[in-house]
Design a protein around this ligand. Structure first.
Ligand code: FE2
Length: 290
């Protein structure tokens, strides 16, 4: 398959546009390697202008890059395939939410950093968009680490942090309420809230790059550090990592598939008009990190 991969214009700090993908064609090794190399270089790839892949085609594509996380099993979605997590505010005729999340904004995070084997690559595909689609923002956590003072880099290399979605679960109107409702319907009263501990600086398994692996949305505390000191450090790192020059803002078009390095970037999303429907298909591959 002949792909045209070009860096995004307007001085975007990361990202490239990919044209020429045919989702109905199996991905040959050469094309797969071409995409993997581009991802290592640009960290965010926007596939645009192709026909919308079927669920099976989408999972098949993702499987060429790693083991997909069965995201909708934990979230108890009613999706067709467990690898595809519907991220949507749409409700069924019975009023039951069909996916995770509402129309609120979503804080900076790395996908699945709250479990032991987090996302290595993530994939977001726009199936249905509101008239004014909320932007998704990506920040480059490789240059975020590279641009820190050497003394701080050394200090961070020795630290670990806890990641948890407890805050989301505790807010009844927020993103994970749909999962809580589905747990209740399935007779699970107090579902365990996953939590994981990871190094603050992670080495990317493919590129060897050091990554600042903390996020405002999910990282809770530096292990072994008093809460005020930990919060101050995490805030400093958050402000540094999400400076405008490190952020690419994606304006969605229907059918876009955005594939991104889920270790080397953080992402967040704006809110949108909750009376309007938005449906995304989300997938991730898993990896062990150290
Ligand atoms: Fe995400």
């Amino acid at each position: 398959m002949e792909l045209d991969i070009t860096p995004l214009p307007d001085n975007a700090p990361l990202g490239a546009m990919v044209r020429g993908w045919d989702p109905s064609e199996p991905l040959d090794d050469e094309t797969r390697d071409h995409i993997a190399e581009a991802l290592a270089r640009y960290r965010v790839l926007v596939f645009r202008g192709q026909p919308q892949p079927t669920d099976d085609e989408l999972v098949g594509f993702v499987q060429r890059f790693g083991d997909p996380i069965k995201g909708s099993e934990w979230f108890r979605n009613a999706g067709n395939l467990p690898e595809i997590l519907p991220v949507t505010n749409i409700r069924g005729r019975d009023g039951v939410r069909l996916g995770v999340e509402g129309a609120q904004d979503l804080e900076w995070h790395a996908d699945y950093s709250y479990v032991a084997t987090p996302a290595k690559m993530s994939f977001l595909n726009a199936v249905e968009l509101p008239a004014e689609p909320p932007r998704t923002y990506f920040s480059d956590m490789v240059t975020a680490f590279e641009s820190l003072e050497p003394e701080l880099q050394d200090k961070l290399r020795g630290l670990r942090a806890t990641h948890s979605i407890a805050n989301y679960m505790a807010e009844p109107d927020r993103q994970f309420q749909a999962k809580v409702e589905r747990d209740a319907a399935a007779g699970v009263e107090a579902p365990p809230i996953p939590e994981a501990e990871h190094p603050v600086v992670v080495r990317h398994p493919d590129t060897g790059n050091e990554i600042l692996y903390v996020s405002r949305g999910i990282t809770r505390q530096i292990v072994g550090m008093a809460k005020p000191e930990s919060s101050a450090l995490l805030k400093e790192l958050h402000l540094h990592a999400t400076r405008p020059e490190r952020v690419y803002a994606h304006d969605w078009e229907l059918g876009d598939l955005v594939m991104f390095d889920a270790l080397g970037t953080l992402h967040r999303r704006d809110s949108w008009d909750p009376t309007q429907r938005r449906l995304m298909r989300q997938l991730s591959t898993a990896c062990a990190i150290s």
